[in-house]
Design a protein around this ligand. Structure first.
Ligand SMILES: [Zn+2]
Length: 181
């Protein structure tokens, strides 16, 4: 009986390190990364204490998940060539979501033909889902549009859009996925 007790103790002790190792694995998700990335899947915004729950990943992780073109535009603030994307003349009813994280960004109801060769919208679905910042690259002061959840570069917003907002969100097709309704 005494032997059995010792054996059980040893076994119990042996279990502790393996449990610890499992919980500290490098690939373990961080508490903020509760929203999985997806392509052409709508993943609604989640809020904790009134704040949008963000997706945070290393650039290496993004690189392995995204296509080369998506990585260039979303993570390196690239721009696709005009008239080359698959969504600039797309007219179905539905929702345009971030190609990086599935957050709904624009509705087909606010899409218009700007003649620029990029998908254009006069407003986002929600101001919460879009982050604006000034971009002074290429010798111009422009306002960059990002996905507020994953920080993926979407395009730029200009003050020459149609009513009712007068804004033109000029977005890369490759930054968006379309979810039909
Ligand atoms: Zn995103």
């Amino acid at each position: 009986m005494k032997f059995l007790t010792i054996l059980l103790t040893v076994l119990a002790c042996n279990n502790v390190p393996s449990t610890t190792v499992t919980s500290t694995e490098p690939g373990a998700p961080s508490p903020t990364a509760t929203v999985a990335a997806a392509s052409d899947t709508l993943i609604p915004a989640q809020y904790t204490d009134g704040k949008l729950v963000k997706v945070q990943k290393s650039e290496d992780a993004w690189k392995s998940e995204l296509s080369e073109k998506e990585f260039y535009v979303l993570r390196q603030e690239g721009t696709e060539r005009a008239f080359t994307g698959d969504l600039w003349k797309h007219h179905e009813h539905g929702t345009y979501v971030c190609a990086g994280c599935g957050l709904p960004l624009f509705s087909s109801e606010t899409k218009f033909d700007s003649g620029t060769g990029w998908p254009s919208f006069y407003k986002p679905i929600s101001e919460d889902c879009i982050a604006d910042k000034t971009d002074s690259s290429h010798g111009m002061d422009r306002t960059e549009v990002e996905c507020a959840r994953c920080g993926g570069h979407q395009g730029h917003v200009f003050p020459d859009g149609p009513p009712p907002t007068g804004l033109r969100y000029c977005i890369n097709s490759v930054s968006l996925d379309f979810v039909k309704q």
